[in-house]
Design a protein around this ligand. Structure first.
Ligand code: PLP
Length: 387
């Protein structure tokens, strides 16, 4: 067989291999605390599950429009208006099977040999993987630990060249938890006004997950970007719905028909019952989300304190998502070694910083989507390992 050489350039997400190894160890009877996985440890709220079941009982078994059912796109538009204060026509919203396909579509729309795509490093590994796959040149940009991993506009703008075609942003960020401030976002947008040829993919999947008084500044709030901005968001994290595979994206008018065509070519539509569950999530009671966010906030403070008390570990207090990204260089171990030893010797799953980019070999990501008791136990085991 002769396959396309781009296949060899596809990367992956090591969270899935750590998860598989943790499951193997568990099957052998080992007690594993999973701080590796990027999904809430809460169940999907009952009202949402019931809405999905009801939709199946009501006979929603068939294809839907590729863009997604209109009531769901209207609910997304209303939610964007309520939370971000911006009017977006449902015609520019596409319902997607999770957050990832929007990356796939946006990056393949702009990526080609000779093009440059700026992406966050450390960042969600699929950005770089897809940029490489497309044949474009990946151009990493890093946040600073001293800013609690918030990006500075000047650092991003300095990466622009005449060949830049797409800028990928992600705030709050995976894996650092960093949040870009309003001031830096304003400065970034002002700089981008001189470059109307650069498209932007803003991954806002953690837009509802903010802590310690941080605010989410959506790029949808900047009219000067509207004709070249793609926004990715979804239900996976906010509503503990990772396995339902439900996300959405907002597209500029000039791209939405091409994006819809990619949906038709790729997956036809998102499964119908899931879309009805998505309406209930957005329009039904939000108290389960509030409860989950309060729990994450308490766990964040706990894990940051426990990590900072460990020898050789330095952990900024992140403003968003449910991750911490301590610097562990002072332990004498690099992130990959610590990842392996934590899992194999201490039974704690975490993900090495290098899995999220070349700049983060001295970091490790812990997800605090786990109970306070388990977080305490895991940090105790890490203390023993480091001793
Ligand atoms: N974007 C970021 C930054 C993420 O961390 C994730 C999942 O971890 C996704 C997108 C993908 O979300 P989904 O599971 O809905 O595809």
């Amino acid at each position: 067989m002769q396959t396309h050489p781009a296949l060899a350039r596809l990367g992956t997400e090591s969270a899935f291999s750590v998860l598989a190894r943790a499951a193997d160890l568990q099957a052998q009877g080992r007690d594993i605390i999973n701080l590796g996985i990027g999904q809430p440890d809460f169940p999907t709220p009952d009202n949402i599950v019931e809405a999905g079941i009801r939709a199946l009982r009501d006979g929603h078994h068939g294809y839907t429009p590729a863009r997604g059912i209109l009531p769901l796109r209207e609910a997304v538009a209303a939610d964007i208006h309520a939370r971000r204060g911006v009017e977006v026509s449902p015609d520019r919203i596409l319902v997607m099977p999770g957050g990832k396909p929007t990356m796939f579509f946006a990056i393949t729309m702009f990526g080609q040999p000779g093009a440059e795509i700026i992406y966050p490093d450390p960042g969600f590994p699929i950005y770089r993987s897809m940029v490489e796959y497309s044949g474009a040149t990946p151009v990493p940009v890093s946040p600073r630990e001293e800013d609690s991993f918030g990006y500075r506009a000047a650092d991003i703008l300095s990466r622009l060249t005449p060949r830049t075609r797409l800028l990928i942003l992600n705030s709050p960020n995976n894996p650092t938890g960093g949040v870009m401030t309003r001031e830096e976002t304003n400065a970034l947008v002002a700089g981008l006004e001189d470059r109307p040829d650069v498209a932007i993919l803003s991954d806002e999947i953690y837009s509802r997950m903010l802590h310690g008084g941080r605010e989410h500044v959506s790029l949808l709030g900047y009219p000067s970007l509207a004709d070249r901005l793609i926004v990715l968001d979804g239900w996976s994290k906010t509503y503990a719905m990772t396995g339902w595979r439900l996300g959405y994206s907002v597209w500029p008018e000039a791209l939405v028909d091409s994006a819809e065509r990619l949906c038709v070519n790729c997956h036809s539509c998102v499964n119908a019952a899931t879309q009805y569950a998505g309406i209930e999530a957005l329009t039904g009671p939000q108290d389960a989300v509030d409860t989950m966010m309060r729990a994450f906030d308490g766990r964040r403070r706990l894990i940051v304190d426990l990590l900072n008390a460990l020898p050789g570990v330095r952990c900024p207090d992140p403003g968003g998502a449910f991750y911490v990204f301590p610097n562990i260089e002072g332990t004498g171990l690099d992130g990959r070694t610590l990842q392996t030893r934590l899992l194999e010797e201490a039974g704690v799953a975490a993900i090495a910083g290098a899995s999220f980019g070349e700049t983060a070999t001295g970091n490790i990501r812990f997800s605090y989507a786990n109970s306070e008791d388990n977080i305490r136990e895991a940090m105790g085991r890490m203390r023993e390992l480091l001793a």
